[in-house]
Design a binder for this molecule. Structure first.
Ligand code: FMN
Length: 245
């Protein structure tokens, strides 16, 4: 397994030369941190597109999608959580390889989903679950209420999260086939599934926020992940109320 971002960069892009990055400059500093850079070719002729002429279902969901960090204190109904997690299921198990709602390099499907529920109706608070995607069941993990600790590792600015989705990769499933490329493949697949989860949440009026800043060690220990499995992404979920942001 690759150990550091340097190994990763060296493997895929050659010599690693990190660029100086002054985050402290902030919004009003010398570096315009929030400026959006886009490519444009104004010297070439351009053809205007019919924006919104044929609004697709996806486009309408994307219109409403955003990151929410302050949720309403009301619990998340299990029916909504089930609906959101539905995007992780196997859609066609008769097909070889099985078909899911997102693409996977070589259909190796290295991703696993865990849920930590803080306030979901019908679920014991602070319980960790593994999502079993064939029968679509939440498997209680050791009756172990890790949520109280878990809450303290979510950033302070996340308020009233009702549940957290933890996405991991069992890298060996893909590594045996793709070697070092299994790493970018897992990250790509996490992005595909993460977006599906966020769009499903949007469709049932549930707020969500991807969290990249979580301590790997804590999650690895709390979920008893094996040596070849590591966490990639956490997604906080919660009801949107008038106080939500
Ligand atoms: C890989 C990744 C990691 C992220 N990590 C965090 C995070 O740790 N905390 C946070 O508040 N938002 C996080 N976000 C959400 C971004 O801040 C957010 O998508 C961005 O500000 C654009 O806002 P929007 O999602 O509302 O359009 C993350 C997003 C991605 C894709």
């Amino acid at each position: 397994m690759l150990q550091t971002i340097k190994d990763f960069h060296a493997t895929f892009f050659g010599k690693f030369t990190p660029r100086a990055y002054d985050k402290s400059a902030g919004r009003n500093g010398q570096r315009d941190f929030w400026r959006k850079w886009r490519k444009s070719y104004p010297r070439f002729p351009s053809i205007p597109l019919d924006k919104g002429q044929i609004p697709t279902v996806v486009e309408r969901l994307l219109e409403d999608r955003s990151s929410n960090r302050v949720f309403s204190p009301q619990p998340l109904p299990l029916s909504k959580l089930s609906g959101i997690l539905g995007v992780c299921r196997v859609f066609d198990s008769d097909r070889i390889p099985e078909r899911r709602g997102y693409a996977s390099a070589g259909a190796t499907f290295p991703l696993e989903i865990y849920i930590v529920s803080f306030a979901t109706t019908g679920l014991t608070p602070n319980m960790a679950f593994h999502l079993e995607i064939d029968g679509m069941e939440l498997e209680e993990m050791w009756g172990n209420q890790i949520g109280a600790d878990f809450r303290s590792v979510l950033p302070d600015y996340i308020e009233n999260a009702a549940a957290a989705v933890v996405m991991t990769t069992v890298i060996s499933r893909s590594e045996v086939r793709y070697g070092a490329k299994s790493y970018p493949f897992s990250f790509i697949e996490a992005g595909l599934l993460g977006q599906n989860i966020q769009l499903a949440a949007t469709s049932v009026g549930v707020g969500s926020c991807m969290i990249g800043g979580f301590p790997n060690d804590f999650l690895t220990k709390a979920l008893d992940l094996s040596e070849d499995e590591f966490p990639i992404m956490v997604i906080a979920l919660g009801e949107l109320g008038s106080s939500a942001k």
